[in-house]
Ligand binder design. Structure first.
Ligand code: DOR
Ligand code: ZN
Length: 350
């Protein structure tokens, strides 16, 4: 008989954008309903570059959670700092001692939304910081795309491996690295086979869709994110990795809200909104691969194991029940269009 219910340990989202102010207020409850913890990206304007800024942001998140009616303590934001050319190595020590700051995020300058303050020359400008991170065991979360405008947008991740990732890990072999939102077979092969402490997050959109989705019947901006969706062979490699027994691949939704008008625009913003239905989307991808039994390890075990945090207690339940993705959700004075809006998915969170 087909399985009707799936009970898994409470999952975590190891990569999410909560934004700030009224935008955050509109969406923070979505992530808190689905996940016990989430790693909060620091690409605000201005970016979250110091422990003081991260703590102030964390306090705003806690207030927004409270205002959304989330029970105190039922959701824990795990904070990150935005690495710049000017990050002070002492800031790493302070971050390590803070307890709620779990990583630094590397945005190559110009790679994506609010990355202008990002790093221009990682080994040239950040070696002291990387050394400190390696020493205290603070992971580096990597947006792995080269920013050279000459490089084809579909090749930016694969080239990043040779140009940045390999030299970085050669120089700092004990540094914990998460290759964020990998999108290629190249990324999968590298992370699966490399020596040392490395892992990767995978989004739902990169498990569910290939690049054709962006152009079906016209330009469809809600399927545009960075790194951009790739060819089918890459999607297949990502599904194999996520549903495999490798401890190195885990859930990071990269849910990145942009108001509908900024997506459906002559120059639409990059990002898919998946926080309202992340588990439903991931369950759909695992179901299609006939590997639904592997969802728990991907969503709930491998992330905390890599970060050296305890696994969550408690469970969430998914039911085999048609779930129709809302066409729009409220976003302050505007609205958001979630990924796969209007589509019906086979699993629903209870
Ligand atoms: O599509 C994306 N959106 N990719 C990123 O790296 C950033 C994110 C955002 O913040 O909107
Ligand atoms: Zn992101």
């Amino acid at each position: 008989m087909t399985q009707q219910t799936l009970i898994i340990t409470r999952p975590d989202d190891w990569h999410v954008h909560l934004r700030d102010d009224e935008a955050m207020q509109a969406i923070v409850g979505h992530t808190a309903r689905q996940f016990a913890r989430a790693v909060i990206m620091p690409n605000l304007k201005p970016p979250v570059t110091t422990v003081a800024l991260a703590q102030a942001y964390c306090a705003r998140i806690e207030r927004a959670l409270m205002a959304s009616g989330v029970v105190k303590g039922s959701f824990t934001p795990l904070m990150t700092l935005y690495l710049t050319d000017k990050t002070d190595p002492d800031e790493i020590i302070r971050a390590h001692e803070a307890g709620n700051i779990v990583a630094l995020k590397l945005y190559p300058a110009g790679a994506t939304t609010n990355s202008d303050a990002g790093v221009t020359d990682l080994l040239g400008k950040c070696s002291k910081v990387l050394e400190a991170m390696q020493r205290v065991g603070m992971p580096l979360l990597v947006h792995g795309e080269v920013t050279d405008p000459e490089v084809d947008v579909f090749d930016r991740e694969a080239l990043f491996i040779d140009r940045v990732m390999i030299p970085l890990r050669k120089a700092f072999p004990e540094l914990k690295v998460v290759f964020e939102h990998i999108t290629t077979k190249d990324g999968v092969d590298y992370v699966r086979d490399a020596a040392g402490p490395i892992a990767a997050t995978i989004t739902a959109q990169h498990l569910l869709y290939n690049r054709n989705e962006i152009f079906k019947g016209g330009v469809r901006p809600h399927f545009y994110c960075l790194p951009i969706l790739k060819r089918e062979l890459h999607r297949v490699a990502l599904v194999e990795a996520a549903t495999s027994d490798s401890p190195r691949f885990f859930l990071g939704s990269d849910s990145a809200p942009h108001a509908k008008g900024l997506k459906e625009n002559a120059c639409g913003c990059a990002g898919c909104y998946t926080a309202v239905h992340a588990l439903e989307l991931y369950a759909t991808a695992f179901e299609r691969a006939q590997k639904i039994e592997k969802l728990e390890a991907f969503a709930s075990f491998r992330g905390p194991d890599f970060y050296g945090l305890p696994r969550n207690t408690g469970t969430v339940t998914l039911k085999r029940e048609a779930y129709t993705v809302p066409l729009e959700v409220a976003y302050g004075s505007e609205t958001l269009v979630p990924l796969a809006a209007g589509e019906t998915l086979p699993w629903a969170m209870v």
